[in-house]
Structures are given as C-alpha cells and as structure tokens.
Ligand binder design. Structure first.
Ligand code: NAD
Length: 489
C-alpha cells in the first residue's frame, strides 16, 4: 500500500484528536482493490505461485526487522520464539500450500446420477475477490501473513488491519506489504478499534478475524450488514488433561513449554490443568522443576517474553488477587529468586491451586503465565468438566491408555487436539485450524484455507444426447416409468 492510501488512527503523541478512518474513507480503497481484481480475470497457477514466493521471500528477508519490531512492541520478545512462531511456521505453511496448489486448483470431478448421464459435473475453485483480514497482537506477523497466504493461494486480493497494540510491527507490516505487492492487490490499514469497526463494515467477499470472542461477536454483527461470510479465529480456555498413567515430569515439562512460550500469550496455550486428585502435588512439584529447567531466570532472561502492555499486566495481577481473595493458593514459581518486574512487564510464572469456578482465573481466558491446577477423581468427571464449559480452542490430553485417549478425543468438542504434547496440531499444515462455538467459526491453513477463500463452484455440462427431455412437459408414459423406478412404486 502506498503512503497516500494508508489510513492510520494510531494515537499521535499530542493532544490533537487522532485521525479516524471511517467506513467512508476505507470504502474507496476496497473498491479500488475490487476493480483490480475484476480486471485480473482468471488468476493463473503461475501468478498465485509468484505471489506466494514474494510473501515467503519478504518474511525471510525481513526476519531480523520482524524480530526487532516485535521485541520493541512487547518490551522483550524472545528472538527464537519470533523466528519459530512468526517466520518458520508461516513460511512452512506457504511451502505446503505451494506444493499442493496445483492439485487444489484442479477441477474436482463430481459424480453424475444415472438420470443425467452422459452429462459431466465438476467443482471448480474460483477466487472470491477481496478478503479482509483483521489480526491481533500476540503473533502479529503469523496471524496477518498466514491468512494472507491462503487468500493469495485462492487467487484473491486482500486488505489487512493489524493490531494497534503492536504499532511498530503493524507499521513494518504496512511497509513490507507496500514494497512487496501492488497497492491495488494487497493493502494495509492501521489503527485501533474504531478503524477495526469501520473495516468490519466493508463489503468484503470474505472476512477473516483473529482475536477475542467478545470482539468476534461485534465483527460478525458488522459483517452481517453486507452478508459478508466470516471466519472467526477466537480464544477460550484450553485444558491440559493429564491421565492417571502418564509420566508427570514429561507432562509438566510440555505444559510449561506451552504455557510459557510467548509468556502464555498464545490462543492455544494450555489455559488450565486437570490432574488426578491424588497426583496433584506431584504435578505441582514437577511443574516447578520444569520451570527451573527451562527458565532458570525470568526477569533477566532474553528467552522469556514480556507481557505486551501495562493493561494486560494489570489484568493478570488482578486475576491473581481475585484468586487469593477467594481462597485459592497462589504459588509464584521463582527459580532465580527474582521479583516480577512491572517496568519490563516480566511476570513470573504462577500456579493457582484450589481454583473454583467463581474465580476469574477459571472464567476468563488467561493469556499469561498463570496455570490454575484443577483436580478430578475419575476421567468421566474430567470429561464432564470440559463439556460443562464453553467449547475450547484446543484440548491437550496426556495418557498412554488407548481407550481413555479415544474417549477424551471423541467425548469432548474443541477446535483441535494434541495428544501427549501441546499446541503442535497448529503446525500441521495438512489439517484445518479453527475453533468451535465460542472459540471460533470456520477454519483455515492448507487446503481448508484455500477452500474457505475460494468459491467452490459446481458446474454441470449437459451432453448433446441426454434423457432430460423426459423432465419437461407434456409428461408421457416414459416419465411415469421413470417415476415408478425412482419412487420404488
Ligand atoms: P482483540 O479482539 O482485542 O483485537 C483483535 C483485532 O480486532 C485488533 O486488530 C483490533 O484492533 C480489532 N478490533 C478491536 N475492536 C474491534 C471492533 N469493534 N471491530 C473490529 N475490529 C476490532 O484481540 P487481541 O487482544 O488483539 O488478541 C487476543 C485474543 O485473540 C485472545 O482472545 C486470543 O485467544 C485470540 N487469538 C485467537 C487466535 C486463533 O487463531 N484462534 C490466535 C491469536 C489470538
């Protein structure tokens, strides 16, 4: 996007009212993209591959700028976390898509009923047009670039609205996209909730929103005005359910690695643990040992990421205060003997024992390094607890018993599952990624993303010689014979 068409509502460091982008400001931008998309006509395989190549190269070439920008926005973001979660995961997704694109674009042969033979039927994948993408701050590159890759693979144009909470990274996204794509093909609009609201009112051909369930509701309502189809990638409380027979040290290490990656600011981070009652203390000790092993220090540790903003830091502290006030036992896990540092927003990992459903730690998605540990006495009770609560984005089960594993997978409903580890289902590009119920709607990644952002158009080719004349009046004897056959008369 060129500077002239950039619409920004980021707060200026003055008392002047910030510029606001209204739907009226943004509508001509979308109209320009739509006109360009129409002029493009059919978008060939070669063109789409060239777009994906450009996106991949952009991410690889600018990886150091990306790591710097995100770290500046967060206060500290582990460089390795950025390279893995923002660059590698996204680029691997692009490579998977490119390797399969030809196959996905090939018209899909469809079966033709004997009544209509020798006609021919197929489903073709056609670009939808222009896709809107609203993304959050927690993985600001991945969650803008991965939906963009799917939109490009499906032959679309795209308009992006990254988060105002990571202004340096959002500005970098704007610049990188402007350098990489034609301004009437892919464009970036920056700004806060007001811009997001105007953005979500635009008549896109599809809108992908990644963010909170609360804002997801507003986005879907706004999109309904123009009947814009939405993919909603939302959040929720993802449980880590530890089976009776599983090695606690292994389970604890894996839960710690998921909980403390990006300091817990991950949509699919294990939110709380469900452990057998008689093994709770053992699990708590194993968790503390695992933290000490993975993060011997926190505040001075470059591998440990800061909480993104003062508001989010205060939100997490308030969760701990609420839990303490309502009788929970809160354990600060502090292997380096440090103090959580508000200035750098490094929050020490915490465990919350005896958490009850009236505490905010068991009500809200935590999105931070706090792990409530709940207990269960039977697997039925654990499954019932999950099913009594809103459907989570992810569920993790640790166990070796095949029957119990199958029960947990089949008797609970969640966006996705990783067995005997955490979060890894998101990195398998041959599977759809998305939530269910309050954790989301629709899916993307790989073929699921390609299909979601394509019009899968059924086409029937009538043959020169055919029997469909029978279906037209005046209906003769032959039609009666056919009807008898069809109706089993
Ligand atoms: P958020 O909902 O506050 O904001 C997301 C985006 O929406 C931002 O760009 C924001 O500017 C914009 N926005 C704000 N108000 C808007 C409005 N009224 N209309 C339209 N857009 C608006 O979310 P966040 O705090 O940036 O991200 C954290 C949340 O995102 C968590 O709940 C997390 O679980 C979820 N998340 C989900 C996934 C997933 O893949 N399912 C991935 C990452 C984060």
């Amino acid at each position: 996007m060129t500077m002239e068409t950039s619409v920004s509502a980021e707060r200026a460091p003055t008392n002047a009212a910030p510029p606001r982008a209204s739907t009226a400001d943004l509508a001509p931008v979308l109209e320009r993209l739509r006109a360009a998309q129409r002029a493009r006509g059919t978008v060939s395989y070669e063109t789409r591959v060239a777009w994906l190549d450009k996106l991949e190269k952009m991410l690889l070439r600018r990886k150091d700028d990306i790591a710097r920008a995100i770290s500046q926005d967060f206060g500290n973001r582990s460089r390795v976390e950025t390279l893995v979660a923002e660059v590698v995961v996204t680029v691997e997704g692009i490579r998977h898509t490119r390797a399969h694109l030809k196959e996905w674009m090939t018209p899909r042969k469809a079966e033709v009923s004997w009544l209509f033979q020798p006609g021919r039927a197929e489903v073709i994948a056609q670009p939808l047009g222009v896709v809107g993408i609203i993304s959050p701050w927690n993985y600001p590159i991945q969650l803008a670039a991965a939906p963009l890759a799917d939109a490009l693979a499906a032959g679309n144009g795209a308009m992006l609205k990254p988060s105002e909470l990571t202004p340096v990274t959002s500005e970098l996204i704007r610049q990188m996209i402007a350098e990489t794509f034609e301004p009437d093909h892919v464009t970036v609009v920056t700004g806060g909730p007001e811009v997001g609201e105007s953005f979500s009112r635009l008549p896109f051909d599809h809108l992908i929103f990644t963010g909170s369930t609360q804002v997801g509701r507003l986005v879907m309502r706004a999109a309904a005005e123009h009947l814009v189809p939405v993919t909603l990638e939302l959040g929720g409380k993802s449980p880590a359910l530890v089976g009776r027979d599983y090695a606690l040290a292994t389970a604890a290490t894996r839960v710690v690695s998921g909980k403390l990656f990006n300091a817990g600011q991950t949509c699919i981070a294990p939110d709380y643990a469900l452990v057998p009652a008689e093994r709770r203390d053992e699990f708590v000790a194993a968790y503390q040992r695992a933290v000490a092993e993975l993060y011997p220090t926190v505040v001075t540790n470059g591998d440990y990421t800061s909480i993104v903003s003062e508001r989010h830091y205060a939100r997490l502290v308030a969760h701990l205060d609420d839990a303490r006030a309502k009788g929970a036992r809160v354990i600060e896990v502090n292997p380096g003997g440090e103090t959580s540092d508000r200035a750098t927003r490094k929050l020490l990992p915490h465990l919350v024992l005896d958490a009850t459903d009236d505490m905010t730690v068991m009500q809200d998605e935590l999105f931070g390094p706090i792990l409530p540990v709940r207990t269960y006495s039977s697997i039925d009770e654990a499954i019932a607890y999950v099913n009594d609560h809103p459907r989570p984005l992810a569920l993790y089960y640790f166990g070796n018993d095949k029957v119990e594993t199958a029960r947990v997978i089949h008797e609970t409903t969640s966006g996705g599952v990783t067995v005997n580890d955490v979060m890894l289902h998101i990195a398998q590009h041959d599977m759809p990624f998305g939530g269910v119920g309050p954790s989301g709607m629709g899916a993307y990644h790989g073929k699921a993303g390609f299909d979601a952002l394509s019009k899968l158009k059924p086409v029937f080719y009538q043959s020169g010689i055919n029997g469909t004349g029978l279906l037209r009046p005046p209906f003769g004897r032959m039609m009666n014979v056919v009807l008898k056959l069809l109706l089993n008369d």
